[in-house]
Write a protein that binds this ligand. Structure first.
Ligand SMILES: Cc1cc2nc3c(=O)[nH]c(=O)nc-3n(C[C@H](O)[C@H](O)[C@H](O)COP(=O)(O)O)c2cc1C
Length: 213
């Protein structure tokens, strides 16, 4: 059983998609071989596509960009579709883990439809996945003890998803939010993240409230 785990965040350094994929890898049993790929903006070579299509399952982990897919991932999917069609390599189940900046994981619904449509077009099976809201909070809270509480549902669902991936079985599409009411999350983001970030960039409150005419 071979699993291709693709981090398709365009970020070059640490990414929330990477953190989530690491967590998923931890839940996948030792008898499975996991090959990790980082897409960034460079794209993949033919050799990598050949490796990916030799997998039983592909997990795409990526951030939501403008309610859809980042362009590096779109380009990669078009190339992968071509490779699949030239090599009749359709025996792959595709799962997706999408994280987004806004609170509600439901924001990823359209991106899931895009992945499902791509699977239909490439004649691959779509296995479902997770849409996680408040994605940036995952990275910010990574080393905090309350992270396990805030993202307890994500841990549980990654565990369930891992079990399904191990047998290439269908999982559902699960939309998740952090375990914190929206207004508290919003307040915490304002005072613990956005304002310190503005100060670090030498911006006053007046600067960040400025409207462009
Ligand atoms: C160009 C761009 C577009 C984005 N569009 C959305 C969006 O439409 N909805 C949303 O909730 N978050 C959006 N985000 C936020 C990212 O999805 C979020 O920061 C995510 O956690 C980044 O994940 P990564 O670290 O795996 O790249 C956008 C971010 C960027 C840079």
């Amino acid at each position: 059983m071979k699993i291709a785990a693709i981090n398709a965040s365009p970020k070059t350094g640490a990414s929330n998609s990477g953190i989530i994929l690491d967590k998923l890898n931890g839940y996948i049993g030792k008898r499975c071989e996991i090959v990790n790929y980082s897409l960034s903006s460079k794209g993949f070579s033919e050799a990598v596509y050949s490796d990916i299509v030799a997998s039983d399952a592909v997990v795409l982990a990526f951030p939501l960009y403008v309610d859809a897919l980042p362009s590096n991932l779109l380009k990669m999917l078009i190339e992968l579709e071509g490779y699949i069609s030239r090599n009749n390599a359709n025996d792959i189940v595709v799962y997706a883990i999408i994280n987004n900046g806004f609170y509600e994981g439901e924001q990823t619904r359209i991106a899931f439809e895009i992945i499902q449509n791509w699977c239909d077009r490439a004649r691959l099976k779509f296995g479902g996945g997770i849409g996680q809201g408040a994605g940036e909070t995952i990275g910010v809270m990574k080393n905090s003890s309350i992270s396990k509480t805030l993202f307890g549902a994500l841990e549980r669902e990654l565990n369930r998803l891992a079990e399904k991936i191990e047998s290439t079985a269908a999982y559902e599409i699960k939309y998740l939010t952090p375990f914190l009411p929206r207004f508290l999350w919003s307040l915490a983001a304002k005072y613990a993240f956005w304002r310190p970030l503005a100060a670090k960039n030498k911006l006053s409150m007046k600067d960040i409230e400025k409207r462009i005419a």
